[in-house]
Design a protein around this ligand. Structure first.
Ligand code: GLA
Length: 387
């Protein structure tokens, strides 16, 4: 990857000094749609992600090229014009991060040339955009000497995505990418950003990500709707109980007060947020006790709740999960990420990996006419400088 992206850089922008950086994508094991509700999440960084070859310029120009969108060619901008434009396409992500740094008083003194190459399948829900944001922050820190921590990189990335790109995401994806640690998942409390690493080295089992290859349109607006519905529930609950987020509630507290939530839909969303948060806490406890079976059962319950109460699954994803549940040797399987397509994550015993791919792939094709892709994933580190 390093050589490929360097060679492309030399071809597009010319030979000379070239710096190469990497930031990972993520998969979330459990704790979905809890990160903007003050709950817990349990994601891990992957060894796949986004690479950049970069060189500072002598003027204020910004020139972007992506090996994933070669037909778009070089997209140009300028440090004086850090605004989102539709035709700027994917470059709105790195530009948003530059804009967010500038807003915090960290202005780039010169522009840059950059070539991007990612190996996260586009639109798969494995956080290619968060990895691009964290990558941009990481390379800006290195090239321009900005004084920020990796946790700041996550917050700046999220801020730029919310305020420059109009997607009201929570902190999970950027945090997982910026703070990732090999062979560990991150147990993060999004209420105060306290976190701990939990080893996720499975004895005799693998983590399999299955890509439905489906990305429904209007994903961002449906996501923002879920946020608003959860917030409406929170507002109603705050009239009777002193809480900052739905993550502050136990299941029994929720059951005792849920009648004050005016809209039925918001009540369902809140139920998911509360129960999913408690499931995540229990899942991490189970993992610490080496009780992977319980972890898997909680993953399955998480899926049902996301499907029925939060309504962020879709037909294709449900086919994948139902098929996975039927395979001998599957410990747990659920939708992962924002939803409405994208990927599932499953824990599968070593000896069942091949039959899993075969059976799930077959059922998926029969029922949907589409092909699924399978990745046996490894948990990797956060961002790094590679050359
Ligand atoms: C997307 C968002 C995250 C999180 C998940 C759902 O990936 O970017 O912040 O809300 O959806 O858990």
């Amino acid at each position: 990857m390093v050589e490929t992206v360097k060679a492309k850089f030399a071809e597009v922008f010319g030979e000379g000094d070239i710096n190469v950086y990497f930031a990972p994508g993520r998969v979330n094991m459990i704790g979905e749609h809890t990160d903007y509700n003050g709950g817990h999440v349990f994601p891990c960084a992957l060894t796949i992600g986004t690479y950049a070859a970069v060189r500072k310029r002598e003027d204020n120009k910004l020139r972007f090229y992506s090996m994933n969108f070669e037909d778009l060619g070089v997209i140009e901008s300028d440090l004086e014009d850090l605004k989102p434009y539709k035709e700027a396409n994917w470059t709105n992500y790195p530009k948003g991060v530059m804009w967010a740094f500038a807003g915090r008083g960290m202005k780039m003194d010169k522009g840059l040339d950059i070539v991007i190459n990612g190996n996260i399948p586009n639109g798969s829900g494995l956080s290619s955009s968060a990895s691009l944001e964290v990558l941009t922050g990481f390379l800006l820190r290195d090239l321009y000497g900005f004084d920020v921590t990796n946790q700041d990189l996550a917050l700046i990335g999220q801020y730029s995505e919310n305020n420059f790109n109009g997607m009201n995401c929570g902190i999970m994806d950027q945090f997982a990418s910026a703070m990732g640690k090999k062979d560990n998942a991150i147990f993060l409390d999004t209420a105060d950003l306290s976190f701990e690493y939990a080893p996720l080295v499975l004895q005799g089992a693998k983590i399999i990500v299955t890509n439905s290859n489906v990305k429904h349109s209007l994903v961002d607006s449906a996501y923002n709707d879920r946020r608003n519905e959860s917030n409406a529930a929170l507002k109603d609950l705050q009239t009777v109980i002193d809480i900052n987020g739905l993550g502050d509630l136990s299941e029994s507290q929720f059951e005792a007060h849920k009648h004050v939530i005016k809209s039925e839909v918001s009540r369902m969303r809140a139920k998911h947020a509360v129960y999913e948060n408690q499931r995540t806490i229990r899942a991490v406890e189970a993992l610490k006790q080496n009780d992977i079976e319980t972890f898997g059962k909680l993953m399955n319950e998480s899926h049902i709740s996301l499907r029925d109460d939060y309504e962020v699954s879709c037909e294709e994803i449900d086919v994948l999960v139902d098929a996975a549940w039927k395979v001998d040797g599957v410990i747990g399987s659920r939708i992962t990420g924002g939803g409405f397509g994208g990927c599932t994550v499953s824990i599968v015993k070593d000896e069942a990996v091949e039959s899993f791919k075969e059976q799930v792939g077959k059922v998926y094709e029969e029922k949907t006419g589409k092909k699924a892709d399978f990745y046996v994933v490894e948990i990797g580190d956060g961002p790094s400088k590679l050359a």
